[in-house]
Design a protein around this ligand. Structure first.
Ligand code: XLS
Ligand code: NI
Ligand code: NI
Length: 443
């Protein structure tokens, strides 16, 4: 555990560093499962997860919604000078991260400091905060998991950034990405994310989809080439989401993104950042998306949150569904974990969660959910017959004609002959309920 780092003011007064106390603890501000030093499947929980706090939800998001004004009024959001205000916010962020024992953080450029419409002035502001962040990182040991540029909030991006029909807007997006990459590199950021909220369309009536996607690829190549030229060794992540704010987003889901990366020669530098609630919006489960990415060798990072069964949008609630996360951790462990990334809490406390402590409860719950799920998944893999049952379903491909088929040695005529020779197949149970019970038994 590192030290708590505060600035001149302590923003989260009366809250000490969150410690592991074990499952018997009644302390709501203690971990019951997340013991960062506990070794599971050969690695500490700290190293498995590389948990990160998300700047935008925790220190910028203010509880405002389309129907009402902000409900979260922050003490670090008071000063009139944008750089001084941003420094207070960063002091608060590092106080929270270190009290929460989060080893990483993630940001968009505009989360760190407010941007106007003057590119050079924006670069100056971001640079000032990079200098401040360097000191904070050095003092605390907290690291930057990934940086990104917000290419969706400013009105100029209403028709997209890299996929905007107007080249002039695309160039503004590029200027912003350049500065965000410079900041990420200066802060030893381990990865860089592209989430294309407006890289898509509202209607095909005014959209040349093929051309826009080609521009998207060119843009990503330019960003990648610039970063590599300037010493960035980390991984680029694409974060899929099917819709919202665009009606249709080009990075719809993992399978779509993998196809795109392969088509445009980006597959060596890019992997995927999977968000739980985006998976469900795409009509998949989180587990499905993890498996698709893992099978392609592209399981890079995770944005942790959860959706709401009643809603068709990104509610970004904190993870607390043990069943869902345990199933996900089975895939995570079998894939050998994440490639370069970590588990970033892209989640926000509710509009009516207005105590300073609520942000801590939220992260305690999320970190404990992942820890408990990973421990459970490891037990399932070690002690139950879960893997054996799955393997046995495919036993007919382990020898004889089945094996030859996998080796590409069997023709369609051979298959017909085999079917005739062996008659009608016996029914074989998939044992779904049995397997579901295993999950609950080990939780
Ligand atoms: C929005 C996305 C966003 C990305 C970063 O739905 O999840 O927060 O993670 O731009
Ligand atoms: Ni996200
Ligand atoms: Ni999201």
């Amino acid at each position: 555990m590192g030290n708590v780092i505060t600035g001149d003011t302590e923003f989260f007064k009366g809250i000490n560093q969150i410690k592991f106390e074990g499952p018997e603890s009644d302390n709501p501000l203690a971990f019951r499962w997340y013991d960062e030093n506990r070794v599971v499947a050969g690695k500490t929980l700290k190293d498995h997860f590389r948990f990160a706090g998300a700047y935008w939800h925790s220190f910028v998001g203010n509880g405002g919604d389309p129907f009402g004004a902000p409900t979260h009024v922050f003490a670090w959001d008071k000063k009139s000078d944008p750089i001084e205000r941003a420094k207070d916010k960063m002091d608060a962020a590092f106080e929270f991260l270190t009290k929460m024992n989060l080893p990483f953080y993630c940001f968009h450029d505009v989360d760190v400091v407010d941007y106007g419409n003057d590119i050079v002035e924006n670069e100056r502001r971001l640079q000032a905060l990079v200098d401040h962040a360097k000191q904070k990182q050095a003092a605390s040991g907290v690291k930057l998991l990934w940086g990104t540029a917000n290419l969706f909030s400013n009105p100029r991006y209403m028709n997209g950034a890299s996929t905007n029909p107007d080249f002039h807007v695309l160039a503004h997006g590029a200027a912003q990405v350049k500065a965000a990459l410079d900041a990420t590199i200066a802060l030893d950021g381990e990865n860089y994310v592209f989430w294309g909220g407006r890289e898509g369309y509202m209607t095909l009536l005014n959209t040349d989809m093929k051309r826009e996607q080609e521009h998207f690829a060119k843009f990503l190549h330019a960003a990648k080439d610039y970063a590599r030229k300037n010493g960035f060794k980390g991984t680029f992540f694409i974060e899929p989401k099917p819709a919202e704010p665009s009606k249709h987003q080009y990075d719809f889901d993992c399978a779509t993104v993998i196809g795109f990366l392969n088509q445009f020669g980006l597959e060596k530098d890019f992997k995927i950042n999977i968000e739980v609630n985006h998976a469900t919006l795409a009509g998949h489960t989180f587990q499905h998306e993890l498996q698709v990415a893992a099978d392609a060798g592209m399981l890079g990072s995770v944005d942790a949150n959860r959706g709401d069964y009643q809603n068709g949008w990104d509610t970004d609630q904190f993870p607390n569904n043990l069943n869902e996360i345990t199933e996900a951790m089975l895939i995570f462990l079998e894939a050998g974990g994440l490639q370069g990334g970590g588990v970033n809490f892209d989640a926000k406390i509710r509009r009516n969660s207005t105590d300073m402590k609520d942000l801590f409860y939220a992260h305690v719950g999320g970190m404990d959910t992942f820890a408990r799920a990973l421990i459970t998944a490891d037990n399932i893999l070690q002690k139950s017959d879960f893997k054996k049952i799955r393997e046995e379903r495919y036993a007919s491909f382990d020898s004889g004609k089945g094996k030859e088929f996998e080796q590409g040695k069997v023709s369609l005529e051979d298959l017909r002959a085999y079917a005739i020779e062996n008659g009608e197949p016996a029914t074989i149970s998939g044992k779904q309920e049995y397997l579901e019970n295993i999950i609950n038994r080990y939780i």
